[in-house]
Write a protein that binds this ligand. Sequence first.
Ligand SMILES: *Cc1c(COP(=O)(O)O)cnc(C)c1O
Length: 402
Amino acid sequence: MPEIPKERLEKYLNLQREFKEERYINLNPIQRGGVLTDAAREALLEFGDGYSTCDWCPPKTPRLDAIKRPPIGQFMQDLAEFLGMDVARVVTRCREAQFIAFATLGEPGDYVVVDGLAHYSAYVAAELARLKVKEVPHSGHPEFKLDLDAYAEKIEEVKRETGKLPAAVLLTHVDYHYGNLNDAAVVGKICKKYGVPFLLNSAYTAGVMPIDGKKLGADILVSSGHKSWAASAPTGILALKEELIDRVLARSKIVGDWSKHEVGVKEYALLGCTVMGGPLISLMASFPHVVDRVEHWGEEVEKARYLIEQLERIEGTRQLGIKPKQHTLTHVESEGLYKASQAHKRRGFFLYDELKRRGIVGIQAGLTKHFKLNTYGLTKAKVEQVAKAFLEIAKDQGLTIK
Ligand SMILES: *Cc1c(COP(=O)(O)O)cnc(C)c1O
């Protein structure tokens, strides 16, 4: 048997997280909404063993959504209700939810219309589902505003080119580059007019701000538990309107040619079951908190705006994307900090070093001219600490502060 040296194996024991929430202010955009609640942290330990949710899997309907102990089935119903949708399933990731929707709604060669700021996962999900993408453009620097009315033109374009409507339309509710919030109802109306399924990617919105899928006209709503629902990875949400259940959550029809084995109770695009342990339970344990926290979204946006106001006091520094901010994910452009980096012996890394020295992490090391941050879930005192750190660092570098 091949042998792995003991010293190498021992390295895997007692792994420690450097950037613990108690120790650092972490501004990493993808991490703010996924910080666990205490309840989720405990639940994760309790249900950490392998297939820990499967103790009471019903033998006649062996499916996650049919499990009553722990109340997984009830949770999925509550989740759908919370999002203003009819049915919800927990899948491994937002990207998987996108893939499931694309694969079940499209035929190879079909188009999906996506926004020009869509996450890379929308592209690879389309690719794996053998679909093509048609993009709706944005305005470019500095607002990067999407032209939502252009969805109609793009649907028409697909129809002209292929003689067929697109398999689906995707809108990124809030994009990960600039944190621009889109009026999803506009796209919802266009999709309704054409009869094309509307997939709203709410990876950065559902779980942190109030979302009503019905009001927005979403046929499919996807989200990310580890990004925005105070849950462990991997967890994703796939929520549907009634009309699409038969297509997206179709039951398996395959039959073994020799064994005659059938698995007709399984939803085949989900490959039967998805998240069957700790991460799912962490999502459930944080749910009461999430239901409450979306009501405080306004305060979160206020804190983000405060930080931007302070950062923009630094010479040559401004927020990109639409103003005023409607979301806590912020893209900063700083000619000033960039200029400072050119004169610094650590070059672009000085900003990272200086922030880390002050207990602040999450801004990508090496960046000064363009960087992203997210203040979601930080107390006002911590946001003030971040603002103070930036102003101090800029001043030390001889930049003018307004
Ligand atoms: C973060 C993000 C994703 C990826 O989420 P996963 O749950 O990790 O798959 C997908 N789409 C958008 C818009 C995102 O911001």
